[in-house]
Design a protein around this ligand. Structure first.
Ligand code: SAH
Length: 236
């Protein structure tokens, strides 16, 4: 059993420091607010969420988790940063979100506690902040029921993603605080694909997310060269 925690304390501290602004759609979290309807609709188009047991790994302040609960899912959000989790809980209370719970627990620990417990597992914009992302992918696979769905999103690693996701987003447009992302931690779709296969997940589809800085709009496309999402199914 691996008991070392697969988390980078500096990464968790970064998200905790900003946590009070999580639900401000004009804050550092604007990109998450803007992409949320797109990813939510994509997930819901593949697996209707009403009545499903859903786990959101690395849920932060709960933007995706909350929206899935509002679509009728029974959602558990987990994270290892305590302040974002408190913000998520407070938001759910204030907004009266139904069927949502949050817990500070590592994905690997929950996988030992409740294997095959979830119809849907989501893990968005999180793998690129973790020392061993393949271990998170394995845990997500263990947590899904056979035939269940697992969704990831992260950032590709190539010269274009360096230019767009770091130089553009952090330095030129200043949409994100400097140091939000570290290039070496970006993940190529081929790498994510291999970790998924090794964990018993079948790739079911990939989508790209693009951004126009002039209109400040996002849209989904087939271009996975910067931000992308992957849908997988656990082999039954
Ligand atoms: N998934 C959310 C938040 C993304 S921000 C969304 O897309 O809306 C990244 C989140 O990952 C932060 O909340 C951070 O605390 C969390 N995180 C980073 N390392 C983690 C780890 N090892 N385990 C769990 N969560 C982690």
């Amino acid at each position: 059993m691996n008991t070392t925690i697969n988390a980078d304390p500096q990464e968790l501290a970064k998200f905790s420091e900003l946590a009070h602004r999580w639900w401000d759609p004009e804050s550092e979290f604007r990109p998450l607010h803007m992409i949320n309807p797109l990813r939510l609709d994509w997930i819901a188009s593949l697996v209707p969420l009403a009545g499903k047991r859903v786990l959101d790994v690395g849920c932060g302040g709960g933007i995706l988790a909350d929206s899935m609960a509002r679509r009728g899912a029974d959602v558990l959000g987990i994270d290892l940063a305590s302040k974002p989790l408190k913000v998520a809980q407070l938001h759910a209370m204030e907004a009266g979100t139904p069927s949502i719970a949050y817990r500070e627990v590592a994905a690997e620990a929950l996988a030992q506690e409740s294997p095959a417990a979830f119809d849907v597992v989501t893990c968005m914009e999180m793998l690129e902040h973790v020392p061993d992302p393949s271990s998170i992918v394995r845990a997500c696979a263990t947590l899904a029921k056979p035939g269940g769905w697992v969704f990831f999103s992260t950032i590709n690693r190539n010269p274009k993603s360096f230019l767009f996701a770091i130089v553009g987003a952090e330095h030129v447009l200043q949409m994100l605080p400097k140091g939000t992302h570290e290039y070496a931690r970006f993940i190529r779709p081929s790498e994510l694909g291999r970790w998924c296969r090794d964990a018993g997940l079948d790739a079911s589809g990939t989508r790209g997310l693009e951004y126009n800085p002039l209109t400040r709009r996002y849209w989904m496309s087939n271009d996975t060269s910067v931000n992308y999402l992957a849908a997988c199914r656990k082999t039954a």
